[in-house]
Design a protein around this ligand. Structure first.
Ligand code: 1PX
Length: 207
């Protein structure tokens, strides 16, 4: 049967989306932001079923944001925040389906990504250690014990660094490491602009 082979995809294009996010006015564009997340999720799904409880949550969050984006025509994170804040901070805090609280979850995960990619680039061969350290320094403090436990168990199923650089599909190990070096600052940029935006509007602790 002519099974549709999954298009080979490179992590280069995925990470490139985060470069396209930031405008000259230092706005974060939603379209490339969500497209970057969709690519990361696809990558995570290709790592196996052990990670599906993580990818399912990420898929739901991206879908929620796509819905808000389509409904209101938001172009940037800034316009989404402006729009939701207009109802007042109390109303925003009371909503469990707000774009802001959902972005905040992805934002914290983006910090994990930044730290994890820095670790991969550094040469440490034990990806589970890299992943656990990155997680403990970012998302873990926002997760209850049972989620932390499940995440830590899943991290043990991560492929080795060599295999990881391979499946990124960017070329040789050297090329993969060089690509990471180029991409990480763009991710850092998206992270710090969002962090500033959420700090400014006191949204960093949205329940
Ligand atoms: C070369 C590297 C590429 C690797 C790509 C991997 C993309 C990872 C995408 C992870 C997105 C995780 C979003 C988590 C958001 C979150 O914190 N959700 C929790 C809170 O949500 P709520 O709506 O209830 O307030 C929710 O409880 C999440 C549950 C699932 C477990 C989350 C564990 C996150 C671990 C992060 C890293 C995993 C990637 C490992 C493989 C490389």
């Amino acid at each position: 049967a002519a099974a549709a082979a999954a298009a080979p995809f490179s992590l280069r294009e995925v990470l490139d989306a985060f470069r396209r996010c930031v405008t000259e006015q230092r706005e974060v564009l939603l379209e490339p932001y969500l497209s970057g997340w969709r690519g990361l999720i696809r990558f995570l799904q290709s790592l196996g079923a052990v990670f599906s409880f993580i990818s399912k949550d990420a898929v739901a969050k991206v879908a929620l944001l796509e819905g808000h984006q389509q409904q209101h025509g938001f172009v940037s994170l800034q316009s989404l925040v402006q729009h939701e804040l207009a109802a007042g901070p109390a109303a925003l805090r009371a909503r469990s389906d707000s774009g802001c609280r959902t972005v905040l979850r992805l934002h914290r995960a983006l910090r994990w990504l930044q730290l994890f990619l820095e670790g991969l680039r550094s040469g440490e061969p034990r990806t589970s250690v890299l992943c656990t350290d990155a997680y403990n320094a970012s998302l873990a403090q926002h997760h209850p014990w049972v989620v932390r436990k499940a995440a830590t168990v899943a991290f043990c199923a991560l492929p080795s660094r060599d295999a990881f650089l391979e499946i990124m599909n960017v070329g040789s190990q050297e090329e993969a490491v060089a690509m990471l070096g180029e991409a990480i600052p763009y991710i850092g940029d998206v992270y710090s602009i969002t962090q500033e935006l959420f700090t400014q509007h006191k949204l960093l602790d949205l329940p």
